[in-house]
Design a protein around this ligand. Structure first.
Ligand code: SME
Length: 155
């Protein structure tokens, strides 16, 4: 399934060089490919904060301090946070009350934290280790396309 998403992503990005346009399509492709997901989007690293970027779902909090919430912890640690039950995560920031589980994957571009991908599900324990591996691969792939200015595949 994640391999299919990777090919949809290549198609959606084409040879476009604009990072914002590519980020918007990255999010749209992922959101529509995944089942049982109610919110999916990017928070962009801006100094000591994360600022809301392209997303699909309900309107969300615009700024998150590094280290706060699931997104801020993932950003500060530069490490994926897979949360089976958001109610059990201390400091979780609720955007959509329907959200029950969440995964946040950091995007590193050129050695720097560029953003985190945040995915919320209304199902408890929605995200498996396989989802984590698939999403991390897609984020790495997308980050290298962005770093390369996506001259059609970053080749
Ligand atoms: N739950 C996130 C906040 C962002 S919303 O889910 C869109 C967090 O705790 O960082």
């Amino acid at each position: 399934n994640y391999r299919l998403v990777a090919s949809q992503l290549r198609q959606a990005l084409g040879d476009e060089a604009d990072a914002l346009a590519n980020a918007a399509n990255f999010i749209a492709v992922l959101y529509n490919a995944l089942d049982y997901v109610n919110w999916l989007g990017l928070y962009l690293a801006r100094g000591d904060e994360l600022v809301l970027g392209p997303f699909q779902g309900l309107a969300a909090v615009t700024r998150i301090a590094m280290g706060k919430g699931v997104c801020g912890v993932a950003a500060a640690a530069r490490k994926t946070q897979r949360v089976p039950d958001v109610h059990a995560f201390p400091g979780h920031i609720a955007c959509d009350i329907a959200s029950r589980s969440e995964i946040v994957v950091p995007l590193i571009v050129g050695g720097e934290l560029a953003a985190v991908l945040d995915v919320d599900s209304p199902s408890l324990d929605r995200f498996s280790a396989d989802d984590q591996a698939g999403l991390e691969r897609l984020c790495d792939r997308f980050a290298s396309l962005v770093a390369a200015g996506n001259r059609a595949g970053g080749a």
